[in-house]
Write a protein that binds this ligand. Structure first.
Ligand SMILES: *[C@@H]1O[C@H](CO)[C@@H](O)[C@H](O)[C@H]1NC(C)=O
Length: 221
């Protein structure tokens, strides 16, 4: 009897931890992040950010201005992500949500990347995007779609995904993410641009590339 009870409790705990893969639920109305300069003990680190006294919270802690302004796409990939997360809006601390604006010049690319802590839901405001994600190693299935103005697409948590402007005009998208700090790992930058560099023999074998090509890519990133 006791054993069955313990097994049930253990299974419930497991099910809860599996269902609770995103940011933990808040235990109060809000926990506006304290600025680092407002507390002194830098030897203490927490998962997330310290809360300021709720009495001191104000509307501006939940406010951001300027997402109407395009990011500058004058760069190698011709795209720009403007992030609005807990670093821009301290009131997002513990709430498990954030936002981004993505601008694309014609043929601009948001290169293959993953968000380790968030699912992403994206809506196209202007232009035409070819988007997709790849499932994990069970089958590495590719899911793609061409999105036009008003179309919405979901990129599940952790999966590698991309957005490519296939139109001749600028494109704009807004993305919501299920974390106050989704994180981003751009695959090419992380693999070929790590600091210090990964031993080229590792990348030569992993990517089935000539070592010269690996070393060339490592210089580029
Ligand atoms: C994105 O745009 C902002 C604002 O124009 C700019 O400061 C930033 O350098 C741009 N980032 C990249 C990667 O081009």
């Amino acid at each position: 009897m006791m054993r069955a009870y313990l097994v049930t409790v253990a299974l419930c705990a497991l099910a809860f931890s599996l269902a609770n893969a995103s940011d933990p639920a808040p235990l109060q109305d809000f926990c506006v992040a304290l600025k680092a300069k407002d507390y002194s003990d830098s030897a203490v680190f927490v998962n997330g950010k310290f809360c300021k006294d709720p009495e001191q919270a104000k509307a501006d802690d939940f406010f951001f201005k300027g997402l109407n302004k395009p990011g500058n796409t004058d760069n190698r990939v011709r795209s720009n992500v403007t992030t609005v997360n807990v670093d821009q809006i301290p009131g997002l601390n513990t709430l498990g949500i954030s936002l981004a604006r993505i601008d694309f010049a014609p043929y601009g690319l948001n290169p293959p990347h993953t968000h380790p802590r968030a699912t992403e839901i994206l809506v196209v405001l202007e232009g035409t995007l070819y988007v997709g994600f790849v499932t994990s190693n069970t089958d590495n299935r590719l899911f793609t779609k061409v999105l036009n103005k008003g179309d919405v697409f979901v990129f599940p948590i952790g999966l590698i995904h991309f957005q490519f402007n296939v139109g001749k005009t600028n494109a704009i998208a807004i993305a919501a993410l299920s974390s106050q700090n989704a994180g981003v790992i751009t695959i090419a930058d992380a693999v070929f641009g790590s600091d210090p560099p990964i031993n080229p023999d590792v990348l030569t074998k992993a990517f089935q590339l000539d070592k010269n090509v690996v070393e060339h890519l490592q210089k580029l990133f």
